[in-house]
Design a protein around this ligand. Structure first.
Ligand SMILES: *Cc1c(COP(=O)(O)O)cnc(C)c1O
Length: 345
């Protein structure tokens, strides 16, 4: 017998996703937009998103882990996949060579490892100030770097989502590195970096968040559309009296008799406790306030504004990322990447 579907669902608006990629590609000017597809496309699902991005025109895909390659390689050629963490262990370098996926070399040690195993085309990350991954500009004269066959020379902006002097400083530092390493393409901008203007675009851009509906800078508001839509079903309703408490630790107390609905969505699905206080679910235009703490698999809402609802009825979960981030004080990145497995089946 077929397994019953979960009482919550994530729908991907493929038109919005493709439209976001095209808009970011346009904003990238003469540079080609790629796509960051790490963390299962930021929680929205590789199988849902990578074919749409590919069909929209993306030809360069970024994952963080080697373990993320297989899922992406089902949809795009291996030479279009870059692994940002790079070859930390010998067998990862060997895997890259065998699979045709390109590593991002992040250190002299990784460069030596890559060269020792026979290497071939790779990407090279330069650290221009985020102090996370990448070789230092002062290391670029090393023979291990000269021996690389560099396709894309990358660096990553630390504060592109802010108006901060760091952006111009990183841009200048990156520019100064370009003549020091032979390369086919240069790439600096993530989503927010694209909004900083054409100076930051170089040959290739690497949007992630904004593809999936995130708006890291106001310049992108009005251009970027919501991609993920979440719904969850009511699994029980009840009447409670004035003075009754709802949920763990009884943090909500009813001040009048009311009807409430228990909804099949909780923090295990990525609907974090931070979305409880002041948060709502929706029935069309009707607003249903969240009562008490979000549980692992459930949340309780007041049904005053939608008295007709009952078991099995679907509710909308607000997932406009800038709004949800303001309401919950959780970043847009985290709101996406915490989405639970039950939403991605
Ligand atoms: C995740 C990541 C991106 C995408 O960044 P967004 O801010 O999500 O657009 C680009 N480049 C690198 C190196 C990354 O790690």
């Amino acid at each position: 017998m077929k397994t019953p579907e979960p009482t919550l669902r994530l729908t991907i608006d493929a038109d919005a996703l493709a439209g976001n990629w095209r808009a970011l590609d346009q904003l990238s000017g003469t540079a080609a937009a790629g796509a960051a597809v790490k963390a299962d496309c930021y929680g929205l699902g590789v199988d849902n998103c990578v074919p749409v991005l590919r069909d929209a025109g993306a030809r360069q895909f970024f994952v963080a882990h080697w373990s993320e390659v297989d899922a992406v390689a089902r949809h795009v050629p291996p030479e279009q996949i870059a692994v940002l963490h790079g070859p930390v262990r010998d067998h990862e370098a060997a895997y890259a060579i065998a699979s045709g996926v390109l590593p991002v070399i992040n250190s002299l040690e990784q460069a030596r490892r890559w060269n020792a195993l026979g290497g071939g085309a790779c990407h090279l990350m330069i650290d221009t100030g985020i102090n996370r991954l990448g070789v230092a500009p002062s290391e670029l004269g090393d023979p291990a770097i000269a021996a690389l066959s560099v396709d894309m020379l990358l660096s990553h902006l630390a504060s592109a989502d802010e108006d901060d002097a760091t952006n111009a400083a990183q841009l200048a530092a990156f520019r100064a590195c370009l003549p020091m390493v032979a390369h086919r393409r240069a790439s600096l901008a993530n989503s927010a970096g694209i909004a900083l203007g054409s100076d930051y675009a170089f040959d290739a851009t690497r949007p992630g968040l904004a593809l999936y509906g995130g708006v890291p800078r106001d310049e992108l508001a009005g251009t970027i559309r919501q991609v993920g839509h979440i719904e969850a079903a009511i699994i029980q309703t009840r009447r409670i009296s004035a003075g009754d408490k709802v949920g763990y630790n009884g943090v909500y107390t009813a001040d009048k008799p009311m009807r409430v609905g228990t909804v099949s969505l909780g923090y295990a699905d990525g609907f974090l406790r931070a979305r409880g206080p002041g948060g709502v679910l929706r029935d069309g235009e009707a607003i249903l306030p969240i009562l008490g703490k979000v549980s692992m698999d459930m949340v309780v809402v007041g049904l005053e504004n939608a008295p007709g609802l009952g078991d099995g009825d679907w509710l909308g979960v607000p997932f406009d990322l800038p709004d949800a981030a303001r309401q919950s004080s959780v970043s847009q990145y985290e709101l996406l990447t915490v989405l639970g497995k039950r939403l991605r089946n």
